[in-house]
Design a protein around this ligand. Structure first.
Ligand SMILES: [Zn+2]
Length: 64
């Protein structure tokens, strides 16, 4: 499977999960600039990085 068919781990840039069959417009908008939906926010950790790291949600700096 091609690397572009996977959501990439934000820590190590390895494959995190297969996302080529996810067609939700809000998800597709995270990588497709032509998608009309607003993109959702996603923090991704692969299974290995998830053993020692966690994703934390913080306010965007532009909102402070
Ligand atoms: Zn990783």
């Amino acid at each position: 499977m091609a690397l572009c068919d996977y959501a990439i781990c934000h820590k190590c840039e390895g494959k995190a999960f297969y996302d080529a069959n996810i067609s939700d417009p809000a998800y597709c908008a995270t990588w497709d600039p032509e998608e009309e939906s607003d993109p959702i926010g996603i923090a991704v950790l692969c299974a290995e990085c998830n053993k020692t790291y966690e994703a934390i949600i913080v306010l965007r700096e532009c909102n402070e």
